[in-house]
Design a protein around this ligand. Structure first.
Ligand code: APR
Length: 253
């Protein structure tokens, strides 16, 4: 178990009754073997995101973009939720109101049992028709042929994720923002806090008086503003936090 020393205030808030918001990023899935974006060995180290994660890139070379996302689907399908995912689902089981706002598209939170969640950047497991805009779930680890086509109209399908230069799904973001304004406790886990508007949520919560704690082995641009920074890996720190607050890990949401 990680030797972290959460403050008595954080433990009290975890035990308390106030509203909780958890914001997660790619760091939460790293211990499941899924690369982050900006760390050493991260996805954007080897690939220019402008060539695979923008509407223009998709228009220019849909097969290239699909090969990139098909690879990510296969990785996510082969991965397992880790103790960080399970701890967040266990925390959800003990708290109301509770919201998980995730930037992750890999589906590991859902597989760990999280239910009260919004996907700020969409999902690898949803496909959208480029002509009709309709979306559907598709759990197939490997799609073939690429690019996949809409069964209804034959148009190309795209991954229902949020690309650079695209707006976030408004309903999901609004829900996260309302939760940030109403939260007593906000946990910011495994995100570099560089990508907006998701990175604004902890600042909104701080301005509304919430206690914001960051869990990340590295400092981020947010670290100087939070009430508490826990410098460790989410898969070790989150279970240790729940243990300190007497919250069982095996409770499902
Ligand atoms: N536990 C906690 N945090 C970790 C761990 C870990 N085991 N491993 C790495 N981290 C931290 C890193 O220190 C870094 O700050 O996770 C963060 C990952 O940052 P990014 O790779 O920038 O990922 P994220 O913040 O989720 O990116 C935001 O950018 O590329 C877009 O749409 C994509 O949703 C993504 C968004």
């Amino acid at each position: 178990m990680a030797s972290i020393a959460p403050s008595p205030r954080l433990v009290a808030l975890l035990r308390g009754r106030g509203a909780v918001l958890v914001l997660t990023g790619a760091g939460v899935s790293r211990e499941s073997g899924i690369a982050t974006f900006r760390d050493g060995g991260g996805l954007w180290e080897g690939i220019d995101p402008m060539t695979v994660a923008t509407p223009r890139a998709f228009a220019a070379d849909p097969e290239l973009v699909w090969r990139f996302y098909d690879e990510r689907r296969a990785h996510a399908a082969a991965a397992q939720p880790n103790p960080a995912h399970h701890a967040i689902a266990a925390l959800e089981a003990t708290r109301r109101p509770f919201l998980l706002a995730t930037q992750n598209v890999d589906g590991l939170h859902e597989r760990a049992g999280s239910r009260a969640l919004v996907r700020l950047h969409g999902s690898l497991w949803r496909l959208r028709c480029t002509a009709e805009g309709t979306e559907h779930d598709d759990p197939t680890p490997r799609l073939a042929p690429l690019p996949p086509r809409c069964a209804a109209c034959g148009a190309m399908l795209r991954p229902a994720v949020v690309w650079f230069e695209e707006p976030l799904p408004m309903a999901e973001f609004d829900r996260a923002e309302r939760a940030a304004k109403a939260a007593s406790l906000v946990l910011v886990v495994g995100t570099s806090s560089l990508v907006y508007p998701a990175a604004a949520l902890p600042l909104t919560a701080l301005a509304a008086g919430a206690y914001v704690a960051e869990i990340n082995p590295e400092p981020t641009p947010l670290t100087a503003s939070v009430r508490e920074h826990l410098p460790g890996e989410a898969g070790a720190v989150l279970p240790a936090l729940l243990a300190a607050a007497g919250i069982p890990m095996d409770r499902a949401a």
